[in-house]
Write a protein of this length. Structure first.
Length: 229
């Protein structure tokens, strides 16, 4: 068997790269090409073009194509998508894993917004961690909830992520997680039930799979340090 090195593309003329980009545009019948579309059909990789021309938009501009960036996607929507993928994998997502159907947005979308995938993750972590600092956001007046509560019952997705990260993205009752079984759905549950006065705060929340959560009902359930319940 003969082994050959992958063709080195950094020395290709600019026009070859641009011609291939316009070829893909014609092939898909559009006047603009996304990073994902190019990586699927292009002769080169999108990073070859972004390194050569500065970014994807400049590549499109030099090829005489329209820009593809969606400036209207809120940061929170992008971060919530990262959270969804992170929870499904049970760990930090990798660049190449940010594809459909697992991810709503591609890693290229995050690169275009934040510079690099690493910087996008850093912004995500900063945004998530601010949930602990901004505890006042979870506090409401007594007119909004039952008099015995200081917090709303609903758990926002940022706090949910923090709790699941604390529990290693696993059910604290049975240990199952989506990373090993895609059928597993994780919930974040009040340790002391809301009906019994439990607050929606980090210390009173835990991760349970849907099966264990249904079985728990409103009974107090908390994993002890020795692993018993």
């Amino acid at each position: 068997m003969k082994f050959e090195l992958t063709k080195y593309n950094r020395n290709n003329p600019d026009q070859d790269l641009l011609d291939d980009l316009t070829r893909v545009a014609k092939e898909i019948g559009k006047n603009k090409v996304t990073i994902d579309e190019y990586n699927e059909r292009g002769k080169f990789h999108s990073t070859t073009l972004t390194r050569r021309f500065g970014n994807w938009f400049k590549s499109l501009e030099k090829a005489g194509l329209e820009k593809t960036r969606n400036l209207n996607i809120p940061d929170e929507e992008l971060f919530e998508n990262v959270e969804t993928v992170w929870l499904r994998l049970g760990r930090q997502p990798r660049y190449q894993e940010m594809i459909k159907p697992l991810s709503k947005f591609s890693s290229g979308t995050y690169e275009k917004r934040y510079g690099t995938w690493r910087q996008a993750l850093e912004r995500f972590v900063e945004f998530i961690n601010s949930e602990v600092i901004e505890t006042e956001k979870s506090l409401v007046t007594k007119a909004e909830v039952a008099p015995k509560h200081k917090t709303k019952r609903d758990i926002n997705w940022r706090l949910r992520f923090l709790v699941m990260r604390k529990d290693n993205f696993k059910c604290v009752a049975c240990g199952r997680n989506p990373a090993t079984d895609i059928e597993i759905i994780l919930h974040v549950d009040h340790i002391l039930a809301w009906e019994k006065g439990g607050e929606t705060v980090y210390e009173n929340l835990q991760t349970l799979c849907s099966v264990c959560n249904i079985g728990k009902s409103n009974l107090e359930f908390k994993k002890n340090e020795n692993g018993s319940h």
